[in-house]
Design a protein around this ligand. Structure first.
Ligand code: AMP
Length: 299
């Protein structure tokens, strides 16, 4: 079954203490779509400007991502720039240039409106609503967010939570939303806002799920060297949705394993700048790391 993914399609300029890489392919939807593409068909909904490099379109195509709903408009592609400290958990946004994103209001082709799995990757909640309004009875809807929307679009986000099956956010966003320091207490509060499945991501410490079958502690794959964690959260949720959409059996039965797959794809993302590493891996390499994680956590 296919996954429809809407979110940002961006050019990312990323600085770490050791290196600087301008105008890489980035954006929440790009990372999530590439991650999901290792499992099954993906439909990308987004917008780029005329400056969007052809080689990035080719990268999407090589991953067999459906680009029918990717608009190319006159103007500039969304450009985001961020800088990491030596401790890669600390990042500062240096620049956000919206470009063609400023007026983005996607109309989905009718072929996309029946996608069973919908991933509303990080983007303004009003746009997440706009896309969801066009879907015909999707089977499973997941959304991600960021601190910016908690600050400037909380009422829209709270309305969205009531329409979701699953909500994914990181630990600092969970604290911001609930004022709880304790992850488990925060999960409980977020359930009350709507979603049956809530996942709190904790960066290099993995993620915690609270769902119909209780809690699940999902480990991060142990990496000795992180090059650039940009997009790791998007890769996690993209990989998870890709696996869920294609695995046999019920969503409930597959959910934990889907998170492990997401966690593994995110680990590859961290090993290279932007999508450089993720775009070159194979399904076999993903399966291999999943087996390693299984061995590392069995007791
Ligand atoms: P993450 O590392 O998971 O926080 O995701 C980083 C990605 O989010 C980058 O590729 C950025 O292009 C994208 N991004 C940054 N700011 C925004 C924003 N305001 N709206 C949508 N996407 C954004």
């Amino acid at each position: 079954m296919s996954v429809l993914i809407v979110g940002s399609t961006a050019l990312d300029s990323i600085k770490t203490p050791k290196a600087e890489n301008p105008r890489l392919l980035g954006g929440s939807a790009s990372h999530a779509a590439v991650a999901a593409s290792f499992f099954g068909p993906v439909r990308l909904v987004g917008v780029v400007g005329e400056d969007f490099p052809k080689r990035y379109l080719q990268l999407y195509k090589r991953r067999r991502i459906d680009l029918q709903a990717l608009q190319i408009l006159p103007g500039k592609t969304f450009h985001w720039s961020g800088e990491y400290d030596a401790n890669m958990n600390n990042r500062r946004t240096l620049l956000t240039e919206l470009g063609v994103f400023e007026t983005f209001t996607p109309t989905l082709p009718s072929s996309h409106q029946n996608s069973p799995f919908v991933l509303l990757a990080n983007i303004a909640p009003s746009l997440q609503h706009h896309v969801l309004n066009q879907m015909q009875r999707p089977k499973f809807v997941v959304a991600d967010t960021m601190d910016l929307w908690l600050n400037i679009a909380l009422p829209d986000l709270l309305k969205l939570l009531k329409r979701l099956d699953a909500f994914v956010l990181n630990d600092s966003e969970a604290h911001q939303l609930t004022t709880e320091d304790n992850v488990f207490a925060a999960l409980k509060k977020i359930h009350k806002l709507g979603p049956r499945y809530v996942i709190i991501k904790k960066g290099s410490h993995g993620a915690v799920l609270s769902g119909p079958r209780g809690f699940f502690i999902c480990p991060a794959y142990p990496l000795h060297r992180v090059m650039d964690p940009t997009g790791a959260g998007d890769s996690f949720v993209g990989g998870m949705m890709g696996y869920l959409a294609t695995a046999r059996g019920s969503i409930e039965d597959n959910f934990r394993r889907a998170m492990i797959y997401g966690s593994v794809v995110a680990s590859f993302c961290c090993e290279g700048f932007g999508l450089l590493r993720t775009a070159r891996i194979t399904r076999g390499q993903i399966d291999h790391r999943v087996k390693e994680l299984e061995r590392l956590t069995r007791f």
